[in-house]
Design a protein around this ligand. Structure first.
Ligand code: ZN
Length: 378
């Protein structure tokens, strides 16, 4: 993988390139952030850049023998550790599966990895046997390159086994680089953290996500922009959303808010019927969009100069709605929608749920109106 294939994260790229050029690359790095922000992709690009024999200031050459092997994840001096299922398993046992997985893209999360190894709904870990394997591999000489690199993906799965790696992290063999990748800093041992230079990955900016979607899966620019707004800077999240988020979902949301506000029973029933016909993933995408809409609404209520991250049509609906709803009510509806996500995951009857929601939202808005007129009449 080349740096140019990692979406955004220019500051991290600059830091790494400069560190290598000035021969000051820390021997143990920790890339912190969701895989969807590009942590695994960046580790792959960095490993290739370190080993490339014709690297330029900006990127690896992409064509030399080292780049060729690194690009296929078969370079003998780039080693990988990742969570596996079962107490005796090592990453070495699943190398063909791992290479195939990476071949499908480095913007994939750990659940997708488990699915690839038939381990859905199971708890993975990085085992004692894997730590022993790491120590053995790193004690060997390099095969082809001048450097040896170990990428540990989802390092939080090391748990207490991480203690076995402390010594080698403290005093690594010559020309050995560790790139640890983790999503949750609080699950890593402090002794590991203190031995690594931590690089935190920021959310990928909306325009970069929209561009990526246009290049890969989404044809319509508006939809790509909409999904980027919803994805919280996470490419994997954006790709999942792109399968279920569309104009129908956003129209349905705006319509719901209007109907719940007016409280016309005749309109509520057909709307709830239409919603219940959506599949579960689309229903969750609806709730996801709703939460984003309400949070944007809340920010706009607090500060009218807030740049609303919505498309034009929905932006207009939000501005109109901000006149009739107060922050307290918005927060109550947010709580309701968050609970809906929880219930939908447990296969609750969506018709009853949404009918109940519609009535509650109507009363919330109505009570708020009464409170307002009570205040005004004082
Ligand atoms: Zn090269």
């Amino acid at each position: 993988m080349l740096f140019k294939d990692v979406v955004a994260q220019d500051e991290v790229k600059d830091f790494l390139r400069k560190a290598i050029t000035s021969r000051r690359l820390p021997h143990a790095l920790l890339f912190l952030g969701e895989t969807g922000k590009g942590t695994l992709s960046m580790a792959l690009a960095l490993a290739q850049y370190i080993l490339c024999e014709n690297r330029a200031d900006i990127d690896a050459c992409g064509v030399c023998n080292h780049c060729h092997k690194a690009g296929k994840y078969i370079h003998p001096d780039i080693h990988f550790t990742y969570p596996t299922i079962g107490s005796k398993m090592t990453s070495g046992d699943l190398l063909p599966e791992w290479r195939k997985f990476l071949g499908q893209g480095s913007y994939q999360n750990v659940q997708e990895w488990y699915a690839a190894i038939d381990g859905e709904n199971k708890q993975g870990n990085i085992t004692k046997s894997e730590c022993d394997r790491i120590l053995k591999i790193l004690s060997l000489k390099t095969f082809e390159g001048s450097h040896k690199i170990l990428i540990i993906w989802m390092a939080e799965f090391l748990g207490a086994q991480g203690n076995r790696l402390l010594k080698i992290l403290e005093e690594p063999p010559e020309n050995t680089h560790f790139i640890l990748i983790a999503e949750r800093q609080d699950e890593l041992l402090n002794t590991i953290l203190s031995r690594c230079q931590i690089i935190s990955f920021r959310p990928v900016p909306d325009p970069a996500i929209a561009r990526y979607l246009m290049e890969t899966s989404v044809t319509d620019r508006n939809t790509a922009t909409q999904i980027a707004y919803l994805s919280e800077g996470n490419i994997i999240e954006a790709m999942t959303l792109s399968q279920h988020t569309n104009e129908k979902i956003t129209d349905l949301w705006i319509e719901w808010m209007r109907i719940a506000y007016k409280g016309y029973g005749l309109e509520v029933n057909p709307w709830v019927d239409a919603f219940s016909k959506l599949n579960r993933e689309s229903q969750k995408a609806f709730m996801h969009f709703g939460l984003h809409f309400l949070r944007e609404l809340l920010l706009f209520k607090v500060d009218n100069s807030h740049t609303i991250r919505l498309l034009e049509r929905e932006k207009k609906a939000l501005i109109k709605m901000s006149d009739i709803i107060n922050s307290d009510t918005i927060n109550k509806i947010i709580d309701m929608i968050e609970q809906n996500v929880f219930h939908l995951e447990r296969n609750i009857n969506s018709k009853i749920l949404l009918l109940d929601n519609s009535i509650r939202i109507h009363y919330l808005l109505r009570n708020q109106k009464q409170q307002l007129s009570a205040v005004l009449s004082v």
